[in-house]
Design a binder for this molecule. Sequence first.
Ligand code: FAD
Length: 589
Amino acid sequence: LAYKAPLDDFLVIIDAVRQSAEPHQGAEDTSLIEAILQEAGKFASEELAPLNWTGDRQGARRNEDGSVTMPSGFAKVYHKWCDAGWNSLTANEAYGGQGLSHLLASCVNEIWSSANMSFHLCPLLTTGAVEALQAHASDHLKETYLPSLVSGQWTGTMNLTEPQAGSDLSTIKTKAVRGEDETYHLYGQKIYITYGEHDMSENIIHLVLARIEGAPEGTKGISLFLVPKILPDGSQNDVMCSGAEQKIGIHASPTCTMIFGDQEGATGWLVGEENRGLNCMFTMMNNARLNVGLQGVGIAERATQAALGFAHERKQGTPLEAAQKQDCAILAHSDVRRMVMEMKTQTAMGRAICLFCAHMMDLSDQDDLSNEERLYYKDLSALLTPIAKAFGADIGVDIASMGIQVHGGMGYVEETGVAQYWRDARIAPIYEGTNGIQAMDLVMRKVSLQDGAVVKKAIAELKASLQELANKTQKADLIAFVQDVTKALQELLLSSETLVQWRLSQHYDHLGAVAVPYLKQWGLTLGSAVLVKAALLTDQHDQKNRSDYYQALAAFAVQTYVPQCQALHEIIVKGSDGLAAVDHPVFAL
Ligand SMILES: Cc1cc2nc3c(=O)[nH]c(=O)nc-3n(C[C@H](O)[C@H](O)[C@H](O)COP(=O)(O)OP(=O)(O)OC[C@H]3O[C@@H](n4cnc5c(N)ncnc54)[C@H](O)[C@@H]3O)c2cc1C
């Protein structure tokens, strides 16, 4: 199935999210953004998308000797990808990177996920490893490893999960024993390691969480180590892939069981300080969380393109209003149009939230802002990261499923290719912290940042920027959109205030019960707000086609999703009232 990068949509949403934080516009001008997105779209359509289906069919294969063979074409396209410089977009210039903004990198990452999610997981993890090393590694480690990771000659992995340590990393058992020099010997098993082994690069650099002998119990005793597959002297390290999972989707992405130290111990180097490993890993995980949200958006975009194409082609039935029987394309049926509208609108909302979050990350790093402003943007991006991850991941699954529905029986059979989108998307709500864990992060840590001042300020700024745009238009329908979304923002504020109170009074039962509905309220409200802005801005800039398009999406969001925000608010303020206790008969086995 063909894929075309939605360049117009990126430009409209970038404009809308930047308007929220005027006068801080971020690093790149529009013409540079347009040029890079065009090139990325071309590479995605011509090189990556054609391998998506064959990659799914063939899968990555683990061999008897522990090596992993990638599906045909993957290694070749990976080298082209590195040669074209796509691996190095966000890394520091000092290590060969291009230092581009999170905002631009996020658009590009969505494109890669649409084209071939399994392929892109490899560079996605390398980018995370680069960020963690840039932030926490010693100069020696940086000089030895970063240039080859940034160029893509070597790839990176993230090794957290163990059989007994999934969401709860405090139980990690992998052991690190101090060596005679500055090295450590690691012993342990990690499971579900994405691209833990493959044949696309010369070396694989594993970032591994482990416990130094004698370290305290729990999360306070976990350290981060760099463990290369091939050691600097060219010898093989004591690391091996002992198995690869059979999975629902992302078949071309190897998910490996990794054994460290089966013999003499795997040689590793400490990254950052001893016992501060989780902090270092969070640098990598935050980046990865936003990118997983974008995976969902990318799959949703691809599923929408396929469904729309099919809805134009497939002839079935007669339109309700037709006087006599006539074959029509299924797009003529209101329910099919409803599905396509949901697909278009939710995809745009997910994109809006992820790009909004990415822009706030950029502003938190912007030199010409005061420390206070930077801190606010840092907190705001921290608040938005779990929302971007979970909302994007969820719509990926929902929209891919709706895409199958639009295709009818043709969607359920593999031959059409749309079933793959759904299978691939299904992992996004699970890895990088399940969506349940994201929602808990939102209500336990983020909503109460600065005693609730961050959430309050963010909502106030959204309202003000919408009002500013509304003041510049005479169009009654656009003004009505602003009023409706402003009401939804007010309800979000009320929900947030309730949660801050519960957080301060330690009502954890209420917080846990409403975490997911609250995250959803944020997603639907913020997504709708940015779409309304996009409608207003495109109208203001006299961009006729774009403005018709975004007015339709905004109208649909206001009619369909804004009322859901009110219902969510009503659910949230009831707290844990409807949730039975653990020992209630409803949970008896
Ligand atoms: C294809 C794939 C690729 C992966 N890639 C990697 C990788 O590269 N590196 C890596 O380290 N790991 C990787 N993982 C592991 C992944 O991150 C974990 O599976 C995930 O974090 C969930 O852990 P778990 O599977 O142990 O589920 P559990 O932690 O057992 O969770 C089960 C359920 O309980 C819920 N739950 C658990 N604790 C809480 C809580 N405190 N509050 C509320 N709800 C809770 C969860 O939300 C979930 O619904 C990968 C997994 C898969 C399937």
